[in-house]
Design a protein around this ligand. Sequence first.
Ligand code: ZN
Length: 499
Amino acid sequence: MRIAVAEIGQETGSFSPMQADLSDFEAYGLYHGDEVLEEMRGVGPIGGFLDVAAAEAPSATLVPVIRAWGSAGGTITAATLDYLTKQLVAGLAKALPLDAVFLSLHGAAAAENDDDLEGHVLAAARAVVGDQIPIVVAFDHHANITRRMVTHATLLVGHETQPHDPPATGRKAARLLFRILRGEVRPTVAWQKIPLITPQDQFLTSVGPMQAWFDLAREFERQPGVLDVSPYPMQPWLDVAEGGWAVVVHTNNDAELARSIAAEMAEVAWHRRAEFWASERVAPAEAVRQAVAAERGLIILSDTGDSVYGGAPGDNTCILRELLAQQVECLTLVPMIDPAALAAAMAAGVGAMLTVELGGKVDRAFCQPVQVTGRVAAISQGFVVDLQQYGICDLKRTALLQVGAIQIALLDHRSFAVNHAVLYSHLGIDIDRAKLVVVKTASNFQFFARWRSGLIRVDSPGTTQSNLHAFDWRHIPRPIYPLDPLDEWQASPKVKRCQ
Ligand SMILES: [Zn+2]
């Protein structure tokens, strides 16, 4: 038995001023051939797939093709999409004959020359391997499901939780793949787009309407004949032709069951649409006041408009400006991705006083640089950290700029560790002493869970802001809630039977 394994993933922010090219993928690990198996044990959906394959089909021959992960960023260049597609196609062609393909894709990636990267890649893969073998895909549930994806994939399995557990999604998809290969099941897919976008504020699957919706999916999966129910609340900064929420249901050759579950899942989301827009966001000045007034730390200030994991530049100065204006006196940790300021700090050296224009250099639409004068408190020439299921992360050069009680960690690139305590601890900060920390994410607070005593969602402007009305939407299908007045809508799922 021969199974090809590949990963191509990035989450695109259509409103980001950045573009993503191959260097973005190299920064998070671009592997070819056998390197994929060596580097991905225990990491991401491929790590989960490898665990299940070792247990369920130890004699199977795995043919690793490519692993290209670009995290989140701007629109992918045409040359990059062409390169990645060519690599995948050539690798699959060389691997033939195959019995199956396991793909890990994000689902919300858009390129200059095709706004549906995953549909593009799946169509190319299907053209190589033919119609007779299963292509099983692990997706991020913030994916934008498109017609081409469903046409060319046999099974589409989304994450079950936010924050995500990518290896778990890989294991779930892998178990289904081996059931198909053993002839135990024949998947039938029903899918339904939902004319809805919502901000990130209600994205956690542990509370609120998102928890209820995802719990309902798990409940349906316990019914006999149901293989997978994946809700897809699309990430809200993707302005593409088929954009919007979706649900995908797989049954064992039961079209009617798949259709009825997809319809119910879609209508439940639609009926709760206003709840998905509920928000506890606090204006920046008030957020800083509340955080300072809190009895004890650590208070997390979530910079919702500048979520690096959502593709924002990570150089928004909105909260820093407020911290400076209010002259906070408690130890406050702030990350800032600013290569020029970092270079200035490195040149000045530890102990030197430095005046720099900080941040606001990439995201010029939503913020301005802020001038600060501080002492270079620490410098690191490089630091590699194992973030376990999130992979190996190279922080590269960093520095700490101390402005009164504010410790600003300067980074030169959008590292995954931007929201991790190690960013500060490797520069000599004792997190136990900190009262406030700014994180550039609206959902992934887990790296400060040990210290966390409070969380304030700051209504900061930026390319990942929650006020979706402020963006210039050009491509998303209309009408869509809540950009347009849309009260009446009914689900009518499409069905596809697989081989
Ligand atoms: Zn996601």
